[in-house]
Design a protein around this ligand. Structure first.
Ligand code: FAD
Ligand code: SF4
Length: 520
């Protein structure tokens, strides 16, 4: 065997650089399903099923393409349990002359595989991942010499370099950014008839994986009865087309809005397909741009959507790979609380959190504002240790891979990197959630109250956060105004907030009844 091409569960692309120069007569592909990838964080069942089902379908695609494959299944009796141990075992058996792979998404995995190659005395060639628009080297060049990094400038550079939504050197429509048009709530009438989400019913391969995960990872969080994610490239392409046709026109306008029991709204739900590399971001961006050109979607929606992919997605990858491994240790606010146990069960009496957690555990999905301004905001203001918040986000969402999850969680949501990712901590009272959703109407708490029995825990924790971090926040131009409001509170009012916050931290507030089965 000349070359063994290592393919990871999030590298399911027949065109990946790892396959360049592949010779069917001389080379082979290596893939492995290992328990460690589902247990190093307490991976939810939907997430594990998605990865394994997509891997097994990709294995079929490799075989159809005539590429020899060495594939270890999770249930194989001699499964070594981790990527490193399995590769080590297989190298002894297969004796390739060298290893090749597309650059992995995780720092941890790269280090582990490099160590195996070194221990085996084999050269390992790690190739650029051309799935992304911007290489890590290009990102590093962009970052060099800048006092602070801001997504907006990176994004504008990407638009120019890739010639996306550009005309005569300027942005089409005369504006780079349509954020101001993209913050509407649904209003009293609600979202109306949201198009049904395209469902991909599990075939025999996926059903087998569902049974396997339900048996072997029975105690893991999440449900599988409604599993309908795309697991092949063809399905992912169908999902993309359905989004462009049915949802993109309203994507921008309602990007930040929330509605109870409506998990899908006008979002694309394409993050998992993109992160597994079933879809290429170029085809996604091109499809959105074409929808604007042919008049089927407004510019504000199309620009808002493209900004997420050409901007944020590339930007967080650059941050991750230029800052790891130190990034993982960030805890700028010195947060030390434990994550409340009900994050894993949804058993809370806070309506916004209960609904967000229920859909998260059922589908492995929540949209950005739910992640940032419901689950993330609560953990930030409670003061949860960032590593625990990170472990939760990495476990529960079907699109969770560390390069994208970590900067979003530690940086944007928890401000644990001290402001590298986001320019300020995202803090707000329950009033923000009241503005963007009708959750508060159906909640036992009142977002306008900061202390007392009916005080919304978000509102209490907001004022408590301002007090705890007053000195740091006062120096921050974008939140200094919020801190100034503290002066409106007398000592008694401040103490009432602190007492209530302490009760929340002791778990005396917010914990809900047992309304769900044990594993939900
Ligand atoms: P849409 O709203 O339709 O957006 C389109 C696409 O843009 C997404 O599919 C995604 O690929 C990309 N995108 C949007 N926002 C971001 C962002 N902030 N960073 C990177 N890409 C973005 N995204 C993940 O893919 N994996 C994660 O593990 C993940 N963890 C997150 C954790 C937290 C705390 C927060 C605040 C955000 C996280 N995100 C993560 C970003 C974002 O919330 C999801 O990409 C998005 O909600 C996925 O749903 P969608 O495909 O319907 O997105
Ligand atoms: Fe959430 Fe507070 Fe509103 Fe209840 S009152 S739904 S806890 S924001």
């Amino acid at each position: 065997l000349r070359t063994l091409v290592v393919v990871l569960g999030d590298q399911l692309d027949l065109e990946a650089s790892g396959f360049d120069g592949f010779d069917a007569g001389l080379d082979a592909v290596w893939m492995a399903e290992v328990a460690q990838e589902s247990t190093h964080v307490w991976s939810s069942k939907p997430r594990t099923v998605l990865f394994l089902a997509a891997m097994r379908h990709f294995a079929l695609a490799l075989q159809a393409a005539g590429r020899a494959l060495h594939y270890t299944r999770l249930e194989a009796p001699d499964n070594a349990g981790s990527l490193a141990a399995q590769l080590q075992a297989d190298l002894t058996r297969l004796r390739p002359a060298r290893l090749v792979m597309t650059a992995p998404g995780d720092w941890r995995v790269l280090k582990a595989l490099q160590a195996v190659a070194q221990a085996s005395g084999l050269p390992l060639e790690v190739r650029e991942d051309r799935h992304f628009f911007c290489s890590v080297r290009e990102f590093a060049a962009h970052a060099r010499g800048r006092k602070s990094l801001r997504m907006e400038y990176f994004y504008r550079e990407q638009r120019q370099r890739q010639q996306v939504l550009m005309q005569d050197d300027g942005p089409v429509g005369g504006q780079w950014n349509f954020d101001a048009d993209n913050r509407e709530a649904f209003g009293a009438a609600g979202p109306g008839a949201v198009p049904p989400r395209p469902r991909f019913e599990p075939d025999a391969v996926t059903r087998e994986v569902i049974t396997l995960v339900d048996t072997r990872l029975a105690s893991h969080p999440g449900r599988l009865d409604g599993f309908a994610w795309p697991v092949t490239r063809a399905q992912a392409q169908q999902a993309l087309q359905a989004f462009i046709r049915e949802r993109l026109p309203r994507f921008g306008r309602y990007q930040d809005a929330m509605w109870p029991a409506e998990p899908w709204l006008y979002h694309s739900h394409l993050s998992a397909a993109l992160n597994l590399k079933l879809l290429n971001p170029r085809e996604v961006v091109a499809a959105a741009q074409a929808a604007w050109q042919d008049g089927s979607a407004p510019l504000a929606s199309v620009e808002g959507f493209i900004r997420q992919i050409l901007g944020w997605r590339e930007y967080v990858r650059g941050i991750y790979w230029t800052r790891m491994p130190a990034y993982l240790e960030g805890n700028a606010l010195e947060a030390r609380e434990d994550l409340p146990a009900w994050y894993w069960t949804g058993r809370t009496d806070m309506a916004c959190l209960r609904d967000t957690l229920a859909q998260t555990l059922e589908h492995g999905y929540a949209h950005h504002i739910q992640r940032l301004m419901v689950t993330g905001l609560y953990a930030l203001m409670l003061g949860v240790e960032p590593r625990q918040v990170h472990a939760w986000y990495l476990a529960v969402y079907v699109d969770a891979v560390e390069w994208v999850e970590l900067p979003n969680t530690l940086g944007m949501s928890q401000y644990a990197d001290g402001g590298l990712m986001g320019s300020k901590p995202y803090i707000a009272t329950g009033k923000y959630i009241e503005r963007m959703s009708p959750y508060c109407k159906g909640c036992r708490y009142d977002p306008a109250q900061r202390s007392g029995e009916r005080a919304c825990p978000f509102t209490t924790l907001y004022w408590d956060f301002l007090m705890r971090h007053e000195t740091m926040l006062a120096k921050h131009p974008r939140v200094a105004l919020q801190v100034k409001n503290l002066a409106r509170l007398d000592d008694g009012q401040k103490r009432a907030v602190q007492d209530r916050a302490a009760a929340i931290r002791r778990g005396e507030v917010g914990v809900g009844p047992e309304t769900r089965p044990a594993n939900l």
